[in-house]
Ligand binder design. Sequence first.
Ligand code: SF4
Ligand code: SF4
Length: 485
Amino acid sequence: MKDLFSFHGGVKAASHKSESNQQPIKSSILPHVLTVPLRQHTGSISKPLVKAGDHVLKGQMIGKPDGYMSAAIHAPTSGRVLDIDNKLVPHPSGLLDLCVLIESDGEDRWINRRETVDYKSLHPKKVYNLLRSAGVVGLGGAVVPTAVKLNTSTAIDTLILNGSECGPWITCDDLLMRERASEIISGLHIIVHILQPREVLVSIEDDKPQAISEMEAACSSTSYRVVKIPTRYPSGSVKQLVALLTGREIPINGLPVDIGVQCFNVGTAYAVHRTIEFGEPVISRVVTITGHVNQPQNMEVLFGTPFSHLINQSGGYRYGVDQLIMGGPMMGFAVHDDQVPVIKATNCIFAARVANFTLQYPVRPCIRCGVCVDVCPMNLLPQQLYWYARAKELDRVKDYHLFSCIECGCCSYVCPSHIPLVQYYRYAKSEIWAQEKEKQKADLARRRYRARVARLEHKKQIREAKLQEKAPVLMPNANYNSRDM
Ligand code: SF4
Ligand code: SF4
């Protein structure tokens, strides 16, 4: 038994897991058209490698990484490229982004897949180059390119495989662990080979007994330790998980690697396994479709599949759905249309009624009860953040560490006045980002103006120097009288 530490705050929310975790993962039916965004990861958008009219095979690279912080994108099925255009993608802003539209030919024909590689005989850099060109990113939600996380010169003391999945309603990791434990551990071996950590911990919340027993069986001949952690939201969030397992705190604005820890989601380890052992790029993931649909379930879904296609295969909406949320009711965001495509970050599609949120109740004034402070896992002062965000005092919200807020929603969940606190924080963050952008634009314009003035001045000086060179040389006056000096 590993000793556990604790983290401040958190809530015991109604889990609603049993709605979707009662049946095995199903494969989604191939849609007719897939809309594949070229930005499905943290970092720069991939550069398109195809054009309208091209025929592509399943697994063919259609977007190449642009720079270090980027990831490759691949065709999820075979077919014809209809267009490359800006389309609505699942993002809180509701903005459009560049997508490749592929009309399926129904054959789902793969490219020639690379043979299995003996990763132990390869230099670690070669392994993460393979992962990079396979488009492997963190599938727990952050979608950071996995190659970037593996390319570290810091010695890793503790490697955490995160199967905690603490968000209510979401069960995709639970089902993945139940059904594909040995493949997940195969991926973990590869990550361990690269990072060479001192210890490996596999964390799972104690409300997933079947997943725990499958993962324990898969780890039985290894030194990896499966650690049951208490079911308390947001224990699966990286900062809280690291605190819980190691007793160490990730610094503000820091990363786990800063304290010798690295975390990977179970879905990411599975993707690493598929890439190295089968030469398959990441073109699909397990998605929980739940909430107010007739048959909540988990499905293996190709990226680019419209949300509506999955809702239809889950028996359609039940009466009274008001919003579709990507990522679950606590940390997710509302999408603007059910035609948006599944991307690498889509762990859950939640058909919501306003009754699932505090919005159903009338908002009352803050009574300064301090309950929000008690539950904040980041040790923030949610009440003060709320006051300053509401008053648009953006410097003050920054002083109160707005950017340390992980938007877990614990404060909104417990607020007796039903104030949608997280929405205020999101608003304040987006205002600050917009101001920063404006400031950067103004700084750029100022720098350009100064450079122009300097250039003109330089040209003027050159011109004057040339004029002086050409000017007639004045001869000393023959009648020059030294007395005039
Ligand atoms: S929980 Fe709500 S009412 Fe209580 S202090 Fe926080 S914001 Fe105010
Ligand atoms: S949403 Fe932010 S302020 Fe509220 S409890 Fe979570 S971390 Fe704290």
